[in-house]
Design a protein around this ligand. Sequence first.
Ligand SMILES: [Zn+2]
Length: 454
Amino acid sequence: MNLGTLKLFKYIILFSLLSTLLSAQSLRPFDLFKKGIEDNNTLLVIGGIQGDEPGGFMSASLIVSHYTITKGSVWVVPNLNFDSIITRSRGRFGDMNRKFSKLSKKDPDYDNVEAIKKLIQADNVKMIVNLHDGSGFYRKNYIDKNHSPYKWGQSSIIDQNNINVDKYSNLYDISKEVCDYINKSLLKKQHSYQVRNTKTKDGDIEMERSLTYFAINRGKAAFANEASKALPVHQRTYYHLLALEKYMDIMGIEYTRKFALKEKELKNVIDNDIYISFYDNKINLPLSRIRNTIKYFPLNKKQIMDFKASNPLMVVLKKKNVYAIHYGNRRVTRLFPDYLEMSNINENIKVKVDGILKEVKIGSLLEVRKNFYIYPSKDLRVNVIGFSKKYRKNEAGLVISKKQIRKRFSLDKNGKIYRIEFYKGKKFAGMLLVKFDKNIKFALNTNEFFKNKI
Ligand SMILES: [Zn+2]
């Protein structure tokens, strides 16, 4: 990702956001991630034009977080209609994919639509793939209610067979190639893909207002890829990723990904490879199987929540006095704050894990088999949340095993991860986590996380 341009782009968005703020409604801007090395053959991937199609935006977000582009250039907008994603609606202010021909400046989606139009028209963008989850299974001939020409799922959509451009003009051939590629790796025969040509210019008034039609009329090859809403999200994601990989291949773009594109592994990545980090790594939370509510969560007294997330679809939203962590359509947990002033720990923390001395950074997760021990230090007070010994001011200098911690205080639903909090006087200085489970991996690299702010 090219940070410079990203920042610049965020400023542009910020300006357009400011103008929205001045009008009645303010909407969350989308994010743009530039991957690979920018060139004149850029693929623009768009997810989340409709907020209730998680297969599409989850796939786009995984290209951001779990793919490295090793040759060529890919731009990804994983959360075009971010407010609708968070509220799980198709479109909070109507269907955004019908707003690309005419749109009133008063429309709350106006700024986001204008901004994505600019990206679509950027000189270096040569192909656009807009990701959707559609109903049922598209079939050229009517089979039954769910497999028919009226359904959208499992299809590659084009507005017409060809467009008059130098590169990628043969929309039908490309779309067919993508379908053939997906059809070699179907999870079930029933999931097969077909090309669907909406023949938009022959009078499809609905589709004339869509993003792809806007794009082809600006001389850009554009496709919509539809997975079926009848499939679980990870399976929809599987098909979108297969399609995206083929589009990249057709454009000569190369990549590596951090997981094998297999059903189970993909589900595991989506559900479990998710983290959020607060206050410059003072707290690093694994969100896999996290409890629905977490009480007495240390938050900055000024109520400003700085966080970094492992996935660009994550946000923290404040409602009354509770902070909800959202991940796409899911609300993963709610934090009930314990407002505290913050302090820093610059040195490593000295601990013994199963009798072995270690020095760890604040924010780390300790894998423990039997017990742990935090070395006492002059100005640090230690609080092991849920530790059952009668109240002590400082729980450093004690050998603590799992059975001494009450299970209901675990961070996760499995009762395996617990909090060790550090204080300097009354100020919160950071957190370690202990997990009594070998099977949870914690290969965090928070440098790759996505900065955000409420
Ligand atoms: Zn859609």
